[in-house]
Design a protein around this ligand. Structure first.
Ligand code: 13P
Ligand code: SF4
Length: 362
């Protein structure tokens, strides 16, 4: 290579932002033995997941839990985990837990330079939008979402052309590109109030058709939507819920608003994942609660609402399940996978997320 080309390559390297690994460095993989020290340091954490992980399996998880907690301190990192993360992530390594809105709000408050997002890609992207100068990592970049996959920025531009003047609310389960084309975002916990924050009689609420239909029942506004569905919640049926209720008339049914409307109509309570946890916490001991949502929520909730019996006809979210303890450890060691958003898209997408976060909806 000539000196001139070398200089050009060096200059190009200087112009591009440093990767997370270049900025923070890479560490050596620690030994993953179940030592006495690891057993002692993780014993209290094991108590929180003992209902879910047999004692014989703990020596496999414990070294990861130990090293993740140690390295996140050394790195100055914070771990944000969604309510659908597995119990060993949710209870043993997460610093902040919550539903999508809580995680977005908390992301605006963190002091740490590195955020490890245990959830799906749109959640990590939202954290990055709110923290453009921080390093945001997701342990597996392939952790997607069927709702986010259902719509593109070009689709939203077409909707705007077709419905001029109609405000566009996009569910936070979308890509930054889609958020950038919308007026504001919403989550399952504030969708009704976000929709009602507009003067317009008609509002586009995209891309979750079922969420939009469930919101439409709670507002006088005309709601237009899209044909996206959550592949986890669309599978629940009214028939199966009615069969459970017939077998146990005292059963309380709680469902996520991504479920089809005929499922939501049967439920005693519908709300965000954190709303469901709160509902379960307020039950009397001995209550029987049917959880119409993702499987890990059921395991996580059990710890929060002791004495309540949960019935779990749950469906797994394959995307959430891509996040595992070994991959979180890899994130902290190798600083991967870094979440980057095109700055031109990021600015407009951030506006839509910030409008939601700043709206005093709950
Ligand atoms: P919540 O905002 O209620 O946590 O929902 C996120 C999600 O992906 C549910 O499927
Ligand atoms: Fe997406 Fe449904 Fe998985 Fe939530 S549960 S991340 S909405 S596919």
């Amino acid at each position: 290579m000539s000196t001139q080309t070398e200089t050009a390559a060096g200059a190009a390297r200087k112009r591009r932002p440093l990767t997370a690994a270049e900025k923070h460095g890479v560490l050596a993989m620690p030994p993953l033995d179940y030592t006495k020290e690891v057993a002692r340091q993780t014993a209290a954490l094991y108590e929180k997941v003992a209902h879910h992980i047999p004692a014989i399996e703990w020596p496999v998880h414990a070294p990861y839990v130990y090293w993740i907690n140690r390295l996140k301190k050394e790195r100055g990192a914070v771990i944000l985990a969604h309510n659908y993360q597995t119990p060993e992530i949710f209870h043993c390594v997460a610093d902040i837990r919550g539903d999508s809105l809580q995680l977005a709000r908390e992301a605006t408050l963190v002091d740490e330079e590195i955020i490890v997002q245990c959830g799906v890609h749109f959640m990590a992207e939202t954290s990055k939008l709110l923290n453009p100068d921080k390093t945001v990592l997701i342990p597996d970049l392939r952790a997607g979402c069927s709702l986010a996959e259902s719509i593109t920025g070009a689709d939203v531009r077409l909707l705007r052309e077709r419905y001029p003047g109609v405000p566009i609310v996009t569910y936070v389960n979308t890509s930054a590109e889609v958020k950038a084309e919308s007026d504001i975002c919403c989550t399952s916990s504030n969708a009704v109030r976000v929709v009602e924050s507009f003067d317009s009689d008609t509002v586009l609420l995209i891309p979750d058709e079922f969420l939009a239909q469930n919101v439409a029942r709670q507002t006088s506004k005309k709601i237009l939507t899209w044909k996206g569905h959550c592949e986890v919640h669309e599978r629940f049926t009214a028939e199966e819920l009615l069969a459970y209720r017939e077998a146990d008339p005292g059963l309380q049914i709680i469902a996520h608003p991504e479920c089809p409307p005929d499922v939501v109509k049967i439920a005693d309570y519908t709300g965000s994942t954190s709303g469901m946890i709160e509902f379960a916490r307020r039950r009397q001991p001995g209550a029987r609660v049917l959880l119409v949502t993702e499987c890990s929520m059921a395991s996580n909730i059990e710890q929060e609402a002791k004495g309540v019996r949960f019935i779990k006809p749950c469906n797994l979210c394959p995307h959430m399940k891509r996040i595992t303890l070994p991959k979180i450890l890899d994130s902290l060691i190798y600083m991967r996978e870094e979440v980057v958003v095109d700055p031109a898209v990021a600015e407009r997408a951030r506006r839509a997320v910030e409008r939601m976060v700043n709206l005093k909806t709950n």
